[in-house]
Design a protein around this ligand. Structure first.
Ligand SMILES: Cc1cc2nc3c(=O)[nH]c(=O)nc-3n(C[C@H](O)[C@H](O)[C@H](O)COP(=O)(O)OP(=O)(O)OC[C@H]3O[C@@H](n4cnc5c(N)ncnc54)[C@H](O)[C@@H]3O)c2cc1C
Length: 332
């Protein structure tokens, strides 16, 4: 790890100003991803701007929904009474991620901004267009068991590793952002990017339409909803402390045995949480049966393409979507 400056800020304005002044500075929250990346030489910020003293830890609800501050810890969000009763899908997804110790350090903003777990990205002796644009993609012809089956490009087939973000994408959340020129909001589903020709850009913070240098996530808003049935299914190599091979977030409203509203998103399959809008439309108005769920699962994986070692994700994805729908529909 190379030397770096460290400053602590106590207002969002000061944090944004400090970041705008130095191109290679980075905010640090829990540090559970950033410090690893610094130790491995994947990133070498000249300055760390500690944002932990900013007043962004609140979780407040009203009739319109809940606002979660960007510095709320993953463990605090998952254990919060409002989240557990009104947005249990989010609590379930967070608790499926990392370990208790990590969730006690990791923040909402940091979780959204965490980098891919592609081994070529972490190994600075290997080519990786995300880490070093133009160097190539080692995973295309290499170890790609964990990689994407949707939305890939010839430059990058990495996935976004978060569990929390899959639930937030399904629940129509909005990201609240502040920058030098003021505040803005982005739909959660528009926050993360597909790799295209610029895999070095994970998301639209600072770089997307309306983006400004040095932007800071201040919070996440989840609109109120009347879903009564939820399930977050995560399939992984170990039953804890492992990133998703495939995950599925489902929220349903069911009247009698008819699905009247549905939200679905997948994780572990793309460079961003993968919302299943066509599947949502397909299941709405249908009876909640295994046949409906099997047809929905086939539809969910239409267009998926593997790269050899990760071909199994297509079959696994179908099974996961059908199972997550079944589990959600059976919640009492
Ligand atoms: C062993 C291990 C296993 C894990 N397993 C899982 C898992 O199964 N599922 C899962 O979802 N996650 C998993 N994680 C990832 C973990 O959830 C993230 O490391 C964590 O959420 C990052 O949050 P942080 O606050 O520590 O971020 P930091 O490391 O402090 O920051 C990460 C990035 O976010 C930026 N940042 C932080 N806050 C803001 C903000 N408010 N605005 C703008 N930028 C910001 C920082 O500049 C930095 O670039 C695992 C991590 C480890 C180490």
């Amino acid at each position: 790890m190379i030397n770096f400056d460290y400053i602590r800020t106590s207002t969002a304005k000061a944090a944004v100003e400090a970041k705008a002044k130095s191109a290679s500075s980075q905010f640090i929250a829990g540090g559970t991803n950033l410090v690893d990346l610094m130790k491995k030489g994947v990133t070498s910020p000249e300055k760390l701007i500690d944002i932990n003293s900013l007043p962004l830890k609140q979780i407040t609800a009203d009739a319109k929904g809940v606002l979660i501050g960007a510095l709320a810890l993953n463990s605090e969000v998952a254990e919060n009474a409002i989240i557990k009763t009104k947005y249990p899908l989010l609590a379930q997804a967070i608790n499926a991620g990392a370990s208790a110790q990590l969730r006690n350090m990791a923040t909402v903003g940091g979780n959204m901004m965490q980098r891919t777990r592609c081994s070529y990205f972490y190994d600075i002796t290997m080519p990786c267009n995300k880490r070093e644009p133009g160097s190539g993609c080692g995973a295309l012809q290499g170890q790609n068991r964990m990689h994407a089956v949707f939305g890939t490009s010839e430059k990058c087939i990495a996935v976004h590793p978060s569990d929390m973000c899959v639930a937030l994408a399904a629940l129509d959340a909005t990201v609240h952002i502040t920058g030098a020129k003021g505040d803005r909001k982005i739909l959660f589903t528009d926050f993360h990017r597909l790799p295209g020709d610029t895999p070095e850009l994970d998301n639209n913070l600072s770089t997307g339409p309306g983006g400004q240098k040095g932007e800071l996530i201040t919070g996440i808003h989840i609109p109120a909803n009347s879903f009564t049935k939820f399930h977050y299914l995560k399939i992984r190599d170990r039953s804890s402390y492992a990133f998703a091979l495939v995950s599925v977030a489902v929220a349903l409203e069911i009247s009698g045995n008819t699905i009247t509203n549905a939200k679905l998103a997948m994780g572990g399959v793309a460079h961003k949480p993968w919302r299943l809008s066509a599947v949502e439309k397909f299941v709405t108005g249908k009876t909640a049966t295994k046949e409906t769920f099997a047809a929905a699962a086939n539809m969910a994986m239409e267009g998926a393409a593997g790269f050899g070692q990760n071909n199994f994700k297509i079959k696994m994805g179908k099974a996961a979507v059908a199972e997550a729908l079944l589990q959600a529909s059976q919640k009492i």
